[in-house]
Design a protein. Structure first.
Length: 283
């Protein structure tokens, strides 16, 4: 039996008790239902769907409409998980007003429990505006894929004292602006540990080490479905690419060798009707 959906307060309580929060991306109904069944606390409908589902080579082309449609499917599949919508590139950068209207779409159209957006110091006015609209905001700092052009690629952040200080300043700014939780991506564990000590809100990690309140991974990486690259922080728990490809090869083989479909997969005519049918055709 699936547990009840955690509220933001339940997630805060987990932090208080020192229980780790489990968080995984999902983009579709079946995967969301597996998360629900597995007892996952949170699901992120990441704009990583651009890479993991649509085959783009980054997250920049992803649109609001794509994100909404996938959030709707995930919401239906995982009624007992805290679902987070990921705001895609150019859905919140231009103005506070645009950010509030687009964040609101995730709630109105897809019934998500929170939204996430990338950036620290430079995005505090957006976080404040969306929070003031009554929407739970999750901040995202460190490696921020939507600005990977500025960062010079998908590179770990905060590896020097100077840049670690910048990441900490982003973390403090996100909390100060009213975000309910913070996601830190691709940052050395020492830096995350320091941030975790300094902040009151739950801090979650993707590739930012174990010293925080929970972990996030991309489902396509975890199940071995995404093959274009594997970030250092990814642990593959199974290899569905292999399982699925082998099943497909076997199917091709059986069709080509007339082994599929055998009698087990065919409908039977009502007794005596075949003879009747053939006779009818002779007349
Ligand atoms: N499948 C998938 N997994 C992810 O973790 C992920 C996405 N997609 N799409 C959006 C972003 C992009 N992310 C990435 C992408 C690449 C690396 C990576 O390979 N980093 C290298 C260093 C690369 C460099 O220094 O140039 C590493 O060794 O971790 C890390 C995070 C994280 N996100
Ligand atoms: C990489 C994670 C943090 C994300 O934002 C996504 O899945 O889109
Ligand atoms: Mg994202």
């Amino acid at each position: 039996m699936a547990k009840k959906k955690p509220s933001i307060f339940d997630l805060y309580q987990m932090k208080e008790k020192g229980e780790q929060i489990t968080w995984l991306t999902s983009y579709d109904y079946p995967t969301a239902s597996f998360c629900d069944e597995a007892g996952m606390d949170m699901i992120l409908v990441g704009d990583s769907l651009g890479m993991c589902v649509y085959g783009y080579n980054g997250t920049v082309p992803v649109t609001m409409d794509q994100c909404i449609v996938h959030c709707e499917a995930v919401r239906r599949g995982a009624p007992h998980c805290f679902v987070v919508g990921d705001m895609p590139f150019l859905s919140y950068q231009a103005s506070d007003e645009q950010a509030v209207l687009n964040a609101g779409r995730f709630l109105k159209e897809a019934d998500v429990d929170a939204i996430k957006l990338e950036g620290g110091v430079r995005i505090t006015s957006r976080i404040r505006a969306i929070t003031d609209a009554g929407i739970n905001v999750i901040g995202h700092i460190g490696l921020t894929p939507q600005s990977s052009g500025q960062l010079g690629g998908h590179k770990a952040q905060g590896r020097t004292a100077e840049t670690a200080k910048l990441v900490l300043e982003d973390a403090l700014a996100v909390q100060e602006a009213g975000a309910k939780m913070l996601l830190v991506e691709a940052v050395p564990p020492e830096v995350t540990k320091y941030i975790h000590q300094k902040l009151d809100i739950p801090v979650l990690s993707i590739g930012a080490g174990p010293h925080c309140d929970g972990q996030l991974l991309i489902v396509s990486d975890l199940i071995g479905q995404f093959q274009a690259f594997t970030p250092k922080f990814v642990k593959k728990y199974c290899n569905v690419a292999e399982v699925i490809t082998n099943a497909m090869k076997e199917y091709c083989d059986e069709v080509r060798n007339h082994k599929f479909p055998n009698d087990d997969y065919c409908y039977k005519m009502v007794k005596g009707e075949e003879e009747k049918f053939l006779k009818m055709m002779e007349d």
